[in-house]
Ligand binder design. Structure first.
Ligand code: MN
Length: 291
């Protein structure tokens, strides 16, 4: 193995494009699924919880006219405490910037974990527009308010004690989730969200999520839009609440989900771990039959 090809800084000095990771970027083996719009949020780059591999796979498998990054993309809180930045996290930034260069409109709405970027609201970097919130018009003419969702935390004050108690338990659960999936991957099993299962079993968490959804939909209704797209609570959803379409694109820590708009304005939540599991099952079938 040639050492130079593995060191991006040597490559820069030699005048080549820096190769950020051990794998070839954007191999393009699969045809990309085309959507009108894609929303992703709560990626939490800079933490061990981020499922970078699945997100890279998603970015390499899809394309869209517009991509919304709906907050908590980079976890500045965690990075401040402890610097963690593996090559795969660079790969994600690289892919997003390359998308902008290919002509995708990219709107970045920072959340509470990447609030340091909020000071750049109204500016544009490398073709990425930074906004506090946005109004998206769907192909079927509906107006959707797009925001991260932490702006409703104040209204959710009644649930603060739960958030506080929940935080410690949540951290432990996340570490467990990483450990469980490390073992699963070694055993050749697909990604499985422990926290997703646990969270849906905890009644309080369900009540909290339900309350958040109602608050967000109500606030969106007051602003005269047809619907709202947010993230923040790491729970993908798509439903009607009081005449308002509530969409949540989920996250890439627990559920690995994205919200997409098809060419005709139809919306869908994609569960990427399931998509990958399905693809590998299909690929493995002939081998299993031969054995
Ligand atoms: Mn958040």
């Amino acid at each position: 193995m040639n050492a130079i090809t593995r060191l991006p800084f040597d490559a820069v000095e030699l005048g080549h494009e820096p190769s950020f990771a051990s794998r070839e970027p954007e191999t393009g083996e699969r045809p990309r699924r085309r959507y009108r719009t894609i929303w992703i949020s709560d990626v939490h780059l800079g933490t061990r919880g981020c499922n970078a591999e699945l997100l890279i796979d998603f970015l390499d498998s899809t394309d869209s006219d517009t991509l919304y990054l709906v907050g908590d993309i980079i976890d500045g809180w965690r990075l401040k405490k402890r610097f963690y930045w593996p090559a795969a996290h660079n790969d994600i930034v690289w892919r997003v910037l390359k998308r902008a260069r290919r002509g995708t409109r990219i709107v970045y709405i920072p959340g509470n974990h990447d609030e340091m970027f909020r000071q750049f609201t109204g500016l544009s970097f490398g073709g990425v527009e930074i906004r506090r919130k946005a109004i998206h018009e769907t192909a079927d003419g509906r107006k959707l308010l797009v925001l991260h969702g932490d702006e409703f935390d104040a209204i959710m004050l009644a649930h603060r004690w739960l958030a506080y108690v929940g935080d410690a338990a949540y951290g432990l659960l996340m570490r467990l989730n990483v450990a469980v999936n490390l073992v699963r991957r070694r055993m050749g099993l697909p990604y499985w969200s422990l926290s997703k299962v646990a969270k849906h079993k905890v009644k309080n968490a369900v009540a909290f999520i339900g309350h958040f959804e109602h608050v967000v939909a109500h606030e969106a209704g007051l602003r005269g839009v047809d619907g709202v797209v947010c993230g923040h609570i790491h729970t993908a959803e798509m439903r009607e609440i009081g005449g308002i379409a509530y969409y949540n694109d989920g996250d890439w820590v627990e559920s690995c989900t994205a919200l997409v708009e098809h060419a005709d304005g139809r919306m869908e939540v994609l569960h990427w771990a399931d998509e990958v599991a399905r693809r590998t099952a299909v690929a493995a079938r002939p081998a299993r039959m031969a054995a």
